[in-house]
Design a protein around this ligand. Structure first.
Ligand SMILES: [Zn+2]
Length: 279
């Protein structure tokens, strides 16, 4: 089985804004846009699923997706135009341009996410160019534990990630550290790039919003348990992170960690392709 996409390190927000050379005012405008979207979202998640498709909501969520694509995907920006030669076949059904969550399977997933008590907003199907897309994707707003760096996620990825946070991360923190996790830190979800971040080759599952890179955990007492350092750190950190990797292998189609290759020394890569590929 072929190797899966490692993720080049993503920059911090500050680094990103420098890369993009955007003036401060634009940044503030974008923040206002996000607040507007969040306002809509409060109503949206309380509604039955068919109402997700309300036109006004789609406009609002389209704005949100555009924002998260810009800030969540520095790889797209590096090449200038963000266009790249299409490489490899998508692992997701391509339904770009059609309303999201229109089929029964996607609606079932959204239903399950709601049942789990997760707050989220559905995103319109998007073709980002270069073969990259977001189909039947959501923006997670509240899964019970704060998470940094989240952009568009396919619904199944979001559902399994929320369950992993609830049923693997929380109990493991209590077991190995006797405390709560107050934040899960990530390097992001959607990013239009190839596996290994290379110029050629297959598109990464990140290019379909179908993957997440997790870099560490903040505990209630302030300790930070990072993959970088923790994987080969003290006993509790090692046991905690290995338990989470093992759980990831059960919950995601593909789960890669620091033992997979050097590119993964600082994060778990979880995606919904594959069938229990665990390294
Ligand atoms: Zn990844």
């Amino acid at each position: 089985m072929g190797p899966r996409g490692p993720a080049p390190r993503l920059g911090t927000g500050a680094q990103l804004s420098n890369k993009l050379h955007r003036p401060r005012e634009i940044f503030d405008e974008l923040k206002k846009g996000i607040q507007l979207v969040n306002h809509f979202v409060g109503n949206l998640t309380a509604m039955p699923i068919p109402l997700f498709l309300k036109p006004r909501m789609l406009i609002a969520t389209a704005a949100a997706l555009t924002l998260s694509a810009c800030f969540g995907a520095p790889e797209v920006m590096k090449g200038g135009s963000g266009k790249r030669a299409a490489a490899g076949k998508p692992n997701r059904p391509q339904a770009v341009g059609t309303p999201s969550f229109a089929n029964a399977e996607a609606q079932q997933c959204a239903f399950e996410l709601k049942q789990a008590g997760v707050r989220f907003t559905p995103l319109p199907n998007q073709d980002h160019g270069g073969g990259c897309s977001s189909i039947d994707s959501v923006k997670l707003l509240d899964i019970g534990t704060p998470v940094s760096g989240l952009g568009a996620m396919t619904c199944p990825l979001a559902r399994n990630f929320a369950a992993w946070a609830q049923y693997a991360v929380k109990p493991a923190a209590r077991k190995y550290f006797g405390t709560e996790v107050v934040k899960i830190e990530t390097f992001g979800t959607y990013s239009c790039r190839n596996i290994y971040g290379g110029r050629s080759g297959r598109l990464s599952q990140h290019a379909y919003s179908n993957a997440i890179d997790i870099s560490g955990f903040v505990l209630a007492d302030g300790r930070r348990i990072m993959l970088d350092g923790g994987w080969k750190g003290d006993r509790p950190s090692q046991d905690f992170l290995r338990a989470l990797h093992k759980s990831g292998c059960r919950r995601f189609g593909t789960a890669l960690g620091p033992d997979y290759n050097a590119a993964h020394y600082n994060h778990f890569h979880f995606d919904m392709s594959g069938n229990g590929y665990c390294r």
